[in-house]
Design a protein around this ligand. Structure first.
Ligand code: BES
Ligand code: ZN
Length: 456
C-alpha cells in the first residue's frame, strides 16, 4: 500500500526530478581535463546541497584529485551504501554532437523521449535515480528506508587515483552491509538486469623512440630504424591467427564458463547480430570458437585504444618519426593477475625492441575482475523487485565494462556490491550525443523504491 504511495509520488514528481537532473547535467564535470577542475568541485557541491534536502548530513571531502561526496541519512534498518560517479568523459569530437553536450534537453526520438547530454547515462542520470527514489520515500514516510551512506566519486572516468587512500582513511564511516552501484545497464530495453560479473582492466602505454629527431624518409629511410614499424610489428604480434592473446601466461586464471552459467546465458537469447548490426558490424571479432556473449562477458581481451606517430595531418609528409606510441588496454576475467600480466607484457615488448630504439612504458592503472555474491538474499529480493517494475523478468548478466571500485569495496572495506543500472546499449556513453531514455530514468527511480522496499 505504502509502496504504491511512493511510486505515485515518483510519477507525480517526475518533471521536478528531471529538472534537478538537468541542473546537474549543466555542470561540465570532466575529470580527466584539468581545465574543468572547478566544475568538478561545483558538481560535488551541488550533490552535497541536494543530499541535504533529503535531511542527510553530507560533505565534499577534498582529495589530491576531485572531491569525494559522502552523505549519511536514515537511522533504522540495514546499513546500505550507494555509489555513483559525478564526473563525465570529455566530449570530443565536439563537432559530432548535434547540441551542446552541457545544455541538456528532452528530445523526442523513435524510441520515446531521451535526455540528451554528456553524463546523462554515465553516470549522473543513473546516480539520480537512487537519490530521487529516496526523496519520494522521504516525502511519503517522513523517513528513509535504511541507514544510507551516499558515496559519489568524481574521478571514476580517470582511473580513480584518490580512491584507495580515501577508502582506507574513511573505512569506518563507509562500512555497510551492502553497496548498491548504479553504473551498469539493462539487458535489453524491456529486461532489467543485475550485473554479477565485471571485467578487470589493465592500461598500458608504449612509447618507442628511435632517432634523436624526425628524419627525411628519403635521406635516411632504409638505414634508420623507424619506430612506427617497430611499434606496429609488436602490436600485430599480440594476437595469433585465432584471436588469442600471445602475452606469456595471459590466460592463467581464465576459467571456462561453468555449464550452469552457459545455460543461463543461452537462455537470455542475446541477439548478437542486432548488437553488432546496430553499430554497422556483422562478425564477432574475438577468439575463434567463442560466442559473442562470451567474448564480451567472460573472455579477456587486449585492445589498442590509440596509436600515434609521424605525420597524420592533411596532405602528405615524407618523414621518419623519432617516436611512436600506442595505448593498450586489457580487459581481464577470472583470477587473471593484472600486475603479472603487466610484467609479462613489458618483458615481451622489450624483447622485440631493436638495438637502435628504446621503449618507455606508462602505467594507466590495473584492477582485477570481480564476481558478485549472488547467494546474498538481496540479489533475489532485487530480482523480484525489478521484475515487478519492467515488462520482462530481471536477468543476472555479465558486463564487458569495468567498475574497479566494486573490487576495492570488497578488498578494502569488506563490503559486497550489487550492481543495478538502467542504461541501454545505444546510450552512446563515452561518445558524442550521449543520452538516457526518460523511461530508464523514470522506471529506474521506481525500481530503486521497489528494491528498497523489498530489502527493508
Ligand atoms: N559505466 C562504465 C562501466 C560500464 C560500461 C558498465 C558499460 C557497463 C557497461 C564506467 O563509467 C566506465 O566507463 N568504466 C571504465 C573504467 C575506468 C577505470 C576508466 C571502463 O570500463 O572503461
Ligand atoms: Zn560510469
Amino acid at each position: 500500500m505504502s509502496l504504491d504511495a511512493v511510486l505515485s509520488r515518483i510519477d507525480d514528481d517526475l518533471p521536478n526530478a528531471l529538472e534537478r537532473l538537468m541542473e546537474l547535467l549543466r555542470i561540465p564535470s570532466i575529470s580527466t581535463d584539468p581545465a574543468y577542475h572547478a566544475d568538478c568541485q561545483k558538481a560535488a557541491d551541488w550533490l552535497v546541497a541536494d543530499l541535504k534536502t533529503l535531511g542527510a548530513e553530507a560533505a565534499a571531502h577534498a582529495t589530491p584529485g576531485k572531491p569525494m561526496v559522502v552523505g549519511h541519512a536514515g537511522d533504522t534498518g540495514p546499513q546500505l551504501m550507494f555509489y555513483g560517479h559525478y564526473d563525465v568523459q570529455p566530449v570530443d569530437p565536439l563537432d559530432l554532437w548535434h547540441r551542446d553536450p552541457f545544455d541538456p534537453a528532452l528530445e523526442e526520438t523513435d524510441q520515446g523521449k531521451v535526455i540528451r547530454a554528456r553524463g546523462s547515462a554515465d553516470d549522473k542520470g543513473q546516480l539520480m535515480t537512487f537519490v530521487e527514489a529516496c526523496r519520494a520515500w522521504k516525502a511519503v514516510y517522513g523517513t528513509l528506508p535504511a541507514r544510507l551512506t551516499f558515496f559519489f566519486e568524481g574521478e571514476e572516468e580517470s582511473g580513480s587515483p584518490s580512491l584507495i587512500p580515501f577508502l582506507k582513511d574513511h573505512a569506518e564511516r563507509l562500512k555497510a552491509d551492502l553497496c548498491l552501484i548504479c553504473d551498469t545497464g539493462l539487458f535489453d530495453p524491456e529486461t532489467p538486469a543485475i550485473t554479477t560479473m565485471l571485467r578487470g582492466l589493465l592500461g598500458e602505454e608504449i612509447i618507442i623512440t628511435g632517432s634523436s629527431r624526425d628524419l627525411h624518409s628519403g635521406a635516411y629511410g632504409g638505414a634508420a630504424a623507424n619506430p612506427i614499424r617497430v611499434l606496429t610489428r609488436i602490436l600485430a604480434g599480440l594476437h595469433d591467427e585465432t584471436g588469442r592473446v600471445t602475452i606469456p601466461g595471459f590466460y592463467d586464471g581464465v576459467p571456462e564458463l561453468p555449464e550452469t552459467l552457459r545455460a543461463q546465458w543461452d537462455g537470455l537469447g542475446f541477439d548478437a547480430d542486432g548488437f553488432l548490426g546496430d553499430v554497422g558490424l556483422k562478425h564477432p571479432a574475438g577468439e575463434a570458437g567463442r560466442t559473442a556473449l562470451e567474448m564480451l562477458w567472460s573472455r579477456p581481451t587486449c585492445e589498442f585504444n590509440g596509436i600515434s606517430g609521424g605525420y597524420a595531418g592533411d596532405g602528405f609528409k615524407t618523414v621518419l618519426p623519432s617516436k611512436a606510441s600506442a595505448k593498450v588496454s586489457c580487459r581481464l576475467v577470472g583470477t587473471q593477475d593484472p600486475l603479472a600480466i603487466r610484467a609479462a607484457f613489458r618483458e615481451m615488448v622489450r624483447a622485440q625492441v631493436p638495438a637502435d630504439c628504446t621503449v618507455e612504458f606508462l602505467d594507466h592503472g590495473a584492477s582485477p575482475a570481480s564476481v558478485m555474491p549472488t547467494e546474498n538474499p538481496a540479489f533475489e529480493q532485487a530480482r523480484q523487485a525489478l521484475s515487478a517494475e519492467w515488462p520482462k523478468p530481471a536477468a543476472f548478466i555479465g558486463s564487458g565494462g569495468s567498475i574497479p571500485i566494486a573490487g576495492y569495496f570488497q578488498s578494502i572495506l569488506g563490503v559486497d556490491s550489487m550492481l543495478i543500472g538502467f542504461g541501454r546499449d545505444d546510450d552512446q556513453i563515452h561518445s558524442p550525443n550521449e543520452k538516457y531514455n526518460l523511461e530508464s530514468f523514470h522506471r529506474g527511480i521506481r525500481s530503486w523504491a521497489r528494491i528498497l522496499d523489498a530489502m527493508t
